[in-house]
Design a protein around this ligand. Structure first.
Ligand code: 5GP
Length: 109
């Protein structure tokens, strides 16, 4: 199976602005931001879409990590997951959009 673009980012085959990484997840800046702060949290364990994840611990850790990463950059934010082409998903490697900064005076880097 061909690697997803996010797998290639995880494997450092293509560059990205990494803002967070641990054993399970990587968070990068979206290449085409739709918010003043637009990050993508990507699990290293591959699933093509959120509804493929049946492991409750993995699902929990995904959202716990999304909150942790979001709070490093933002006070208030939006978490978005597009599921399937009809739901707006373009990259079929599960990811959580972390978006915010519309009201923020400055971003805590
Ligand atoms: P989706 O529509 O699948 O939920 O969102 C995919 C997101 O990935 C889009 O917001 C798009 O801008 C972002 N994206 C696509 N290719 C790349 C890339 O090569 N690098 C980064 N940093 N973001 C990407």
């Amino acid at each position: 199976m061909e690697k997803s673009i996010f797998q290639r980012i995880i494997d450092r085959e293509i560059p990205s602005q990494i803002v967070y990484e641990d054993e399970q997840f990587i968070a990068i800046r979206d290449i085409a931001p739709k918010a003043p702060v637009h990050l993508l949290l990507i699990p290293k364990r591959f699933s093509s879409r959120l509804d493929e994840i049946s492991d409750a611990q993995h699902m929990g850790e995904l959202f716990l990590t999304a909150n942790k990463v979001a709070r490093e950059h933002l006070t208030d934010y939006r978490l978005v997951v597009n599921v399937g082409a009809g739901g707006g998903q373009v990259v079929f490697h599960t990811h959580v959009h972390i978006m915010g900064g519309w009201e923020e005076k400055s971003e805590a880097e």
